[in-house]
Write a protein that binds this ligand. Structure first.
Ligand code: NAI
Ligand code: PHE
Length: 374
């Protein structure tokens, strides 16, 4: 998948240029005058089924950066759903705001965004992502996730975190020979919906846990009830640890940050962790085992789409979540044998599932990983 990069000073005039460079199917762009918010709904691929993906809210240097993020994230969703064996295509929405709204202002914004989703007539279904939550989903049409008191299945974050935990175990087994986490030192960057759940699971598994977040209230709250140590956000990348688990923003792994890392494994929930495609290779050269983000963080989709939309039972969900670890083990083995990065193997697997490999026979099959799509 091609990454689109633009400079922060670019404004709306580059929308056209961005979209022409993109390999996705369609983009819905709305400007909401009342709040000054931009709404981008990018449908990257409907090859495997109707598009699904999270809705992210964020403050971007320019509206064009918000669109570029939605485009990149929607491409990652296509890969995530393909590898997870789910019969859905990739999409993503970004609500680019000047500041994260609360209360009635937030409610109005979400309702306006709901009108956009309504106008798409079900071509895009959504779930929570960075800075959105299950309460926001309750206000939206075509939401995959709803709160339990609205008859929904509740937040996807616990399932995402559990999938990441399976992924961390598989990574630790591959790197150190045992999947026991007691004694392992894991740094969780971002203790929001997913990261806080992951930190709890890691503590229960006996790991020594470091947490870091730009929101000091969240850090203090966690540190007051769990045996975790804290790291200042600006020091997180340099912290000594066995596993670095990015669970906040994307783009944290680049030519500047990778040389600073002092971990053996990167395995976390954040979407689009690699700033550029070559950063997978850079991690390999640095001797760091990388769990491709869209493989390890599929738990929320397995939960929302599997349970609510496809009608899976809990046991099937648990099997699929555990399958995330199996998929990673297969990817690590393949990357080791072929001498290529784990992200390159994941991309190849996704392309194979999408039928886009053009003659290069994939060595990974659905049976090696999560099982066939329902
Ligand atoms: P969230 O908005 O609940 O939490 C994000 C946390 O990261 C917040 O506590 C925030 O203060 C913190 N943060 C932001 N920038 C940071 C930085 N530079 N350094 C340290 N902390 C920072 O978001 P959520 O839902 O937990 O998602 C986290 C990541 O996981 C996102 O990248 C999201 O796309 C991804 N993800 C989420 C899924 C879900 O089910 N919610 C599923 C799959 C992926
Ligand atoms: N944030 C989720 C992800 O990136 C989006 C999502 C959650 C989609 C739940 C569907 C269901 O995977």
């Amino acid at each position: 998948m091609r990454a689109v990069t633009i400079e922060a000073h670019h404004g709306p005039t580059v929308f056209d240029e961005l979209l022409r460079e993109w390999d996705g199917e369609s983009a819905e762009i709305r400007y909401e005058a009342e709040s000054g918010a931009w709404m981008f709904v990018c449908i990257h691929s409907t090859q495997l089924g109707p598009a699904a993906g999270g809705t992210r809210m964020g403050v971007y240097p320019s509206a064009a950066e918000g669109l570029a993020d939605a485009m990149r994230l929607s491409a990652a969703m296509t890969c995530k759903l393909a590898i997870a064996g789910l019969p859905f295509g990739g999409g993503k929405a970004v609500l680019a705001v000047s500041e994260i709204p609360h209360g009635e202002t937030r409610r109005r914004l979400i309702l306006r965004y709901g009108e956009v989703l309504q106008s798409l007539g079900g071509r895009f279904s959504t779930g929570p992502d960075l800075n959105t939550n299950v309460r926001d989903m309750d206000l939206l049409p075509h939401a995959i996730i709803r709160s339990e008191d609205r008859g929904g299945s509740g937040s996807s974050a616990p399932a995402t975190a559990l999938g990441v935990l399976h992924g961390i175990r598989a990574s630790v087994r591959y790197a150190f020979g045992s999947d026991r986490l007691d004694g392992s030192l894991v740094l969780v960057q971002g203790v929001g919906a997913v990261g806080s759940q992951l930190a709890e699971l890691l503590v229960q598994a006996g790991a020594r846990v470091l947490i870091s977040d730009v929101d000091s209230t969240r850090v203090d709250e966690m540190a007051s009830r769990l045996p975790v140590r804290t790291v200042a956000p600006e020091r997180a990348l340099r912290a000594d640890c066995d596993v670095f688990a990015p669970c906040a923003v994307g783009g944290v792994l680049d030519e500047h940050s990778i040389p600073k890392l002092r971990c053996r494994i990167v395995a976390g929930a954040a979407n689009n962790q690699l700033a550029a495609a070559g950063d997978g290779e850079r991690l390999r050269d640095a001797g760091i085992l990388y769990a491709p983000d869209y493989v390890i963080n599929a738990g929320g989709c397995l939960y929302g789409l599997g349970l609510a939309t496809l009608g899976w039972r809990q046991a099937e969900l648990e099997r699929r979540l555990a399958g995330i670890g199996k998929t990673l083990t297969t990817i690590y083995g393949e990357a080791g044998e072929q001498g290529i990065s784990t992200s390159a193997v994941a991309d190849r697997l996704a392309e194979a599932r999408l039928g886009n490999l053009e003659g290069r026979a994939p060595t990974l099959t659905a049976r090696d990983t999560l099982g066939p799509a329902e």
